[in-house]
Design a protein around this ligand. Sequence first.
Ligand code: PHE
Length: 448
Amino acid sequence: MQRSHWKNRWTFILATAGSAIGLGNIWKLPYMIGVNGGSAFVLVFIACIFFVGIPLMMTEILLGRRAQKNPFNGMQQLAQEADASHLWKYLGGMGMLTGLLILGFYSVVGGWVLAYIVKAATGSFSQISASQSSTNFDALLASPLILLGWHTLFMCMTMGVVARGVNSGLEKANNILIPALFAILLVLLGYSMSVGDMQAAYTFMFTPDFSKITPVAVLSALGHAFFSLSLGMGAVMVYGSYLQRNVSIARTTIYIALADTMLGLLVGLAIYSLVFANQLAPNAGPGLIFQTLPIAFGQMPGGNFIGMLFFMLVAFAAWTSAISLVEPMVAWIVENTQIKRATSCLGIGVAVWLLGVAVVLSFNEWKDIKIVFNLNIFDTLDKLTSTILLPLGGLLMAIFAGYAMNKNHVQDELNLNRHWFTLWRVTNNLIAPIAIFGVFLYLFGVIQ
Ligand code: PHE
């Protein structure tokens, strides 16, 4: 069977940027900056993107493009080619499952975003007080049926695109949604500049204060670099497997990583300038865009309309990421069985939807059920995937490409001159693995 490919380099860049840019940038990064001491976290995060994220994104794309298969069969084939253990295929399998675990909570948060588009559009932010805004958000989380409805809609949107395949589904959606997302971002930035306090936001995010860098900040920054660039679970690998051979992996990676990081930081500036202009607290945590931001919108001219645009931006970003979370598993089913793409989407969609139901309930009926370390279902999925599974997947991919694969095959794919190739090797073979390993040692209490 002929495999589909992206139409050209730009559609690959848009799609992979679409996967990278998501709730991670707009919902998670800003609140993580807030709770981890502002600029200290930003610096560490940027360092993680450059020294770990960029080299590992190149690695993941090169693995996918060389294999031209879904992550499971791809790793199997690459291991065969490299005379390495067949167990490497389970790295692909672990990634595909990680994607579904992430989508289980991602879709529920995507649902909150859809709900907030409607709230903004119907004017419910107008002049609300801080306590009203919290009550609104708490009321949403306390209503399982409403959450379930929005989660269901988000899953249908996601699986609807994936079911249409690479060219008429993924490619088309990203070609429309990503440019729209950047256009909305510009409007939002202009608005924040005119009514917000950019100066305060800038100082908060970029004036370095090294005393605030804590081990926990480093740990979360590294985990978030993986989450934000969609690394370590095969999304980038499967997108790379649809990439034509003549495209430069290094150059496209730089574009994607820069777009992802810049967008996260710009959205952060926009959000914090509104937060500071309204004397609100920057360290609100996961409720930042849902509780704090609406108060700011409610007090500003045109705030309801801009609020609606803002939540549309978040929804587009989340949608294009969600697509990439299921594509590896769907590709695996389609490439190994007779099952049609649409049917496999339905099956996987139902499975993830059920996981999402548990996540929905963890905010209300099942609030007191703790899985590990006193975390509820939602927090367990979030922490398990971004602090353990994604970095572990990335670590193993780096080891495979750096030590198991034939160096010439790697160079064939990367096609870099000597200096850049050496730089990639040093970061992929040494810096990234040591950083990830160090974080694991800290996480498991081996070092303090
Ligand atoms: N990168 C996405 C975000 O920032 C999330 C994601 C993680 C998507 C892993 C695919 C794979 O929201």
